[in-house]
Design a binder for this molecule. Structure first.
Ligand code: WT7
Length: 704
């Protein structure tokens, strides 16, 4: 149904005005060594070769049994890749490299305290650790193929070890970002039906040894409330033999992994041969409802896809030293720190802490010391490092051949600093657009073959065919200057299989909008709806504008407005809550909460603090709002819906637009006065919004 607001403000009707940027070409040194240097590769992945083109990715893996059907479309849109094939992901990421590379570092771990020195884990050592932990999970944890296990782990080698140990058994891991609260972890435990939680006592962040085990107790309590008992909590210790948490160990439930592991010394666990379509892991992400979605990723399709894209887009060679600064708690870390790089047998760097600790020179010291050749990070980190240490990279003798950016749109100016100062003009820059749901890249330039354009992710990647549709399902042509909803016309091996336990939502959210015929088993009738607004330039390059649903991208992390709002509503005094994005120089977007109170309750700073605290408890500190504004009432439509775009405009000092359809238009001026006066008093002087930012704010909240 097209609502009044949508027809008034749909993406497709917004003409987007930005300056087309000039192309930039990869350095010759890069091209000479690139994995994808022959333009013929585009022909191999041409649309008429679909889906068989993807056998090229699958052939990068070692299979126990070869597949019979490359793509099974018999139950759309539940696509099945490489059906009949069997393999083990742990075998592919570990065992198969032993013959040639057993003493090469698989992982190099950099603890946050700089004096601690780095730790290299060779493929042989990784093999040992994965086998021992797999034996522990199987025999002590009583876990079998198909069971789910939740991890709440920081950036330590024990995390990839735990993932690969699960993969060895066919156990489905579900890693929850370490920065999320115990409550958020508990909800994911319950949703996935995990009876085992793997956590750690503490870890270093910003110079502090954070107590992490306390969150495990909150998580188990929350899961129990939701009906899911946890009988075993496996606690890794940051310093073996020393316990860093003040939370007591619960007898009969909690054990120290390093102690139990003694019983499994040198154990060897045969990798379980799994069907290609068996789930490998769940990764939760935010959407339009308060409940996070467990994206279920497959074994064969996913691993083939991340291996292929790591080879051609990350340009990983076995002798590279590759550093992706993301957290493994996000999909980027799963695909492009662990599974893709290790499947290719390269050395993958893991950094425990924050990039600016103890100073913004830290990443460049790490890169120089370790001889990093490929560097991968998000625009928010680039902006932060540029702001705090604009000349720092010049002080260091690091040399990258390739640099990736991921997770949010990057401003051309920031892109140029990345290329010129961080990359010293020696590296190719690849802007990669994709999502938790997708397993791997969707839009990016082939680094040796397609020129870069600052601010654009480039064309669809090999074998992926994006299109922009307007609200009616008509194609918005390239070069029209109009934005619309970016969709992918075809399935690809990295696409998630379903939302864990909610197949109807999977169909409804991602496929219903543009499905041409629900009875059809032809994939052409089932475009994938990505939930992003985008524009396609005449040369076919896409520029991603941001989410069209109620999701706010803060520092590259997706936060659902509904999650923020329902957390705020747990505060007794709060009657209504609305979350809106504010433009933030470093984090891209930040969150501001608007709340109205129950009758008879007086506004106070105490209530503001309680709302911020509730968000910390239910989601985590990353979601903490910049401001909590208590308002006498929300601006509402006549049907009672909160007009988020109006408060979003106020928070951003933008144009509130037409308010005549509101049932209470008089409220707008009073909120504006209160909010903007306070911001000015705190020195938060607004800057002029760019036309794209103004468009984003103007359409915010349309999805309702
Ligand atoms: C959303 C997905 C990609 C894995 C990490 C984030 C935005 C992602 C880009 C990019 C512009 C981007 C989109 C997307 N996004 N990459 N290169 N340029 N926007 O995964 O948390 O699932 O977020 O991030 O809006 O839908 P995620």
């Amino acid at each position: 149904m097209v609502t009044e607001q949508q027809s008034e403000l749909s993406e497709a009707q917004i003409a987007v005005h930005w300056r087309e940027e000039e192309y930039d070409f990869p350095p010759a040194g890069f091209v000479a060594q690139a994995n994808a240097a022959d333009p013929e590769i585009r022909t191999r992945f041409a649309e008429e070769r679909f889906p068989e083109c993807f056998t090229e990715y699958a052939d990068l893996l070692s299979w126990d049994a070869r597949w019979q059907t490359t793509l099974d479309t018999s139950n759309p849109p539940f696509w099945k890749w490489f059906v009949g094939g069997r393999l083990n992901a742990s075998y592919n990421c570990v065992d198969r490299h032993l013959a040639t590379d057993r003493n090469k570092a698989a992982l190099v771990w950099v603890p946050e305290p700089e004096a601690d020195g780095t730790v290299a884990v060779t493929y042989q050592e990784l093999y040992r650790r994965v086998n021992e932990f797999a034996a522990l999970l199987r025999d002590f944890g009583r876990l079998r193929a198909g069971d789910r296990v939740t991890f709440h782990l920081p950036m330590v080698p024990d995390l990839p070890v735990s993932m690969l140990a699960c993969a060895r058994l066919g156990v489905i891991h579900s890693q929850v970002f370490g920065g999320f609260s115990g409550g958020a972890c508990g909800e994911r435990i319950a949703d996935s039906g995990s009876r085992v939680l793997v956590t750690m006592d503490g870890y270093y962040r910003n110079g502090e040894l954070v107590d992490h085990k306390v969150k495990a107790d909150e998580a188990v309590a929350r899961a129990a409330e939701l009906g899911q008992p946890v009988d075993t909590v496996l606690v890794w210790r940051r310093h073996r033999g020393q316990y860093a948490s003040r939370a007591p160990m619960v007898t009969g439930r909690d054990v120290f992994v390093d102690e139990v592991l003694r019983d499994y010394r040198d154990a060897v666990v045969e990798p379980v041969s799994m069907p290609a379509e068996a789930p490998l892991f769940l990764m939760y992400t935010s959407g339009t409802t308060a409940q996070p979605k467990g994206c279920q990723h497959s074994t064969g399709g996913y691993l083939a896809y991340v291996t292929g894209t790591s080879k051609y887009y990350q340009d990983i060679h076995p002798n590279d030293t590759y550093w992706c600064m993301a957290d493994i708690g996000w999909i980027t870390g799963h695909s492009y720190i662990v599974y893709g790089p290790l499947s290719l047998g390269t050395t993958s760097v893991l950094y425990e802490g924050v990039p600016t600790y103890p100073d913004p020179g830290r990443p460049w010291r790490i890169a120089e010391r370790l001889g990093v050749t490929i560097f991968h990070t998000a625009p928010t980190a680039i902006r932060m490092l540029r702001k705090l240490g604009p000349d720092e990279p010049r002080q260091h003798d690091h040399h990258f051949k390739h640099m990736t950016t991921v997770g949010e749109p990057i401003e051309p100016e920031v892109w140029r600093w990345y290329r010129d100062v961080v990359g010293k003009g020696e590296a190719v820059v690849v802007d990669t657009w994709w999502q938790t749901e997708n397993g791997g890249f969707l839009g990016a330039t082939l680094p040796a073959l397609e020129p870069m354009k600052p601010g654009s992710c480039g064309p669809g990647v090999l074998g992926v065919y994006p299109v922009i549709y307007d609200e009616h399902g008509d194609v918005v042509p390239a070069g029209s200057g109009k934005a619309g909803n970016i969709c992918i016309r075809n399935p690809w091996p990295g696409i998630f299989e379903t939302i864990w336990g909610q197949p109807e939502r999977f169909v409804q959210i991602y496929y219903e909008k543009y499905c041409r015929n629900p009875d059809s088993t032809d994939w052409r009738d089932w475009p994938y709806f990505a939930g992003d607004g985008a524009v396609q330039a005449a040369d076919g390059y896409f520029r991603i504008l941001g989410r069209v649903d109620d999701v706010i991208n803060v520092a590259g992390h997706r936060l659902g407005t509904k999650e923020l709002e329902s957390a705020s509503l747990t505060v007794e005094e709060v009657a209504e809550a609305a979350a809106v994005p504010v433009i933030d120089e470093v984090r891209g977007r930040a969150v501001e909460m608007y709340v109205s109170l129950k009758p008879g309750v007086t506004a106070s700073e105490g209530i503001e603090r309680k709302v911020a605290q509730a968000i910390d408890t239910h989601i985590g500190k990353i979601a903490r709002p910049m401001h909590v504004w208590i308002v006498p009432d929300m601006p509402k439509t006549r049907s009672g819906k909160i007009m988020r775009r109006v408060i979003a405009a106020i928070s951003n000092f933008g144009d509130v637009g037409d308010t005549t359809t509101l049932s209470n238009p008089e409220i707008v001026d009073s909120i504006r006065h209160h909010v903007q006066a306070e911001k000015l008093a705190r020195g938060q002087t607004p800057r002029q919004l760019t036309p794209q930012e103004a468009d984003e704010i103007r359409k915010f909240g349309n999805a309702e």
